[in-house]
Design a protein around this ligand. Structure first.
Ligand SMILES: C[S@@+](CC[C@H](N)C(=O)[O-])C[C@H]1O[C@@H](n2cnc3c(N)ncnc32)[C@H](O)[C@@H]1O
Length: 327
């Protein structure tokens, strides 16, 4: 069980601001004393002390449940992660040869749309029927399949490009999913991945949700990982790194003039307005995402894939990945 406390979150942000300021040399005496005074004031603020914490169970809500409620407004403006990730992914896609492209975990079809505009034949796959419904509305003539990243409904060597954006945090183990990407990619094909950065998990914690009729709070399990984890999964499959970027949050992304909610009722990222200076010191210019461009080694693919298949067959209890396109 995880206890999410508004006051605990703000004290954590103050602590992160102090530690980062000391590490980066920006924490002079005035900065440190201001943080300490602010911590005292936060502790003495009755509205925060009385704000209800939430005890939530990690792993008690599924990805499809989460995206069921998110799908209708997933594309609404103001998603900072998307604002930062999208231009980088697009720049990589702009440089790739046009062919057949898979948007793996396509969601509402954000990158599918762009791939189509670039002239690719596109296929979208996602596990959430609600996200796919939005994607189909947006691109009615594109083939979207409801399927899991672990079992892509495509034959071997079917695509020239795979894009997998902001989805791998939902996957407990990268290796079998990247093996699926390698399987469906043609030799020399490109894999473009974006994902939330490990630091995001500390500075912007997952919020509790109340999914079921029993109303019990739940936490979606997310898997934030160090960069070495992507390399450990990708390199043995014959992927080579072409590009890796860790875009940062902009400075001053929190409006210091926004008044904090005087009576915070629950844990929310809006709480950061209670301590804008500390929030800026902790979060501004910190890596928010990682974007990778891998390219599959054309020459070595055949040998690698036989090993991949053997491993994924044994680890999935003997069933082999689907090789037939769904219709
Ligand atoms: C944050 S959204 C990103 C959607 C889209 N790629 C984008 O960047 O706009 C994450 C998506 O991953 C999908 N997803 C998560 N785990 C998945 C899995 N194992 N197989 C297929 N899709 C999955 C979710 O349903 C959701 O649509």
């Amino acid at each position: 069980m995880t206890y999410l406390s508004p006051l605990g979150y703000l004290l954590g942000i103050e602590g992160a601001a102090l530690l980062r300021g000391v590490r980066e040399g920006s924490a002079d005496r005035a900065f440190v004393e201001t943080r300490i005074a602010e911590i005292r004031a936060l502790l003495d603020t009755a509205a925060l002390a009385q704000a209800e914490g939430v005890t939530a169970s990690p792993g008690t809500i599924s990805v499809t449940d989460v995206y069921r409620s998110w799908a209708p407004h997933y594309d609404a403006p103001g998603n900072q992660m998307i604002d930062i990730e999208q231009p980088i992914v697009r720049r990589i896609l702009d440089g790739l040869p046009v062919g057949t492209a898979l948007d793996a975990a396509c969601g509402t079809g954000r990158h599918t749309t762009y791939l189509r505009e670039l002239g690719h034949d596109v296929i979208g796959v996602d596990v959430s029927p609600d996200m796919l419904a939005q994607a189909r509305k947006r691109l009615p003539d594109v083939a979207f399949h409801e399927a899991d990243l672990h079992r892509l409904p495509l034959p071997d060597n079917a695509v020239d490009t795979v894009v997998c954006a902001l989805a791998l945090t939902h996957v407990p183990d990268l290796a079998p999913v990247l093996a699926e990407f390698a399987r469906v990619l043609r030799p020399g094909g490109s894999l473009v991945i974006s994902d939330a950065h490990l630091l995001v998990s500390y500075l912007r914690p997952t919020l509790a949700r109340r999914p079921g009729p029993d109303g019990r709070p739940s936490l979606l399990t997310e898997h934030h990982r160090p960069l070495s984890a992507y390399l450990a999964a990708a390199l043995p499959l014959g992927f080579q790194v072409r590009q890796c970027e860790e875009p940062r949050r902009p400075r001053h992304s929190l409006d210091p003039e926004t008044a904090p909610d005087p009576l915070p009722a629950h844990m929310s990222w809006d709480l950061l307005h209670w301590c804008p200076e500390a929030s800026a010191a902790a979060l501004d210019d910190s890596p928010i995402a990682v974007v990778w461009h891998f390219q599959l080694d054309g020459v070595r693919k055949a040998g690698h894939l036989s090993g991949v298949r053997a491993r994924s067959t044994s680890s999935s209890g003997g069933s082999s990945p689907s090789r037939t396109a769904m219709t």
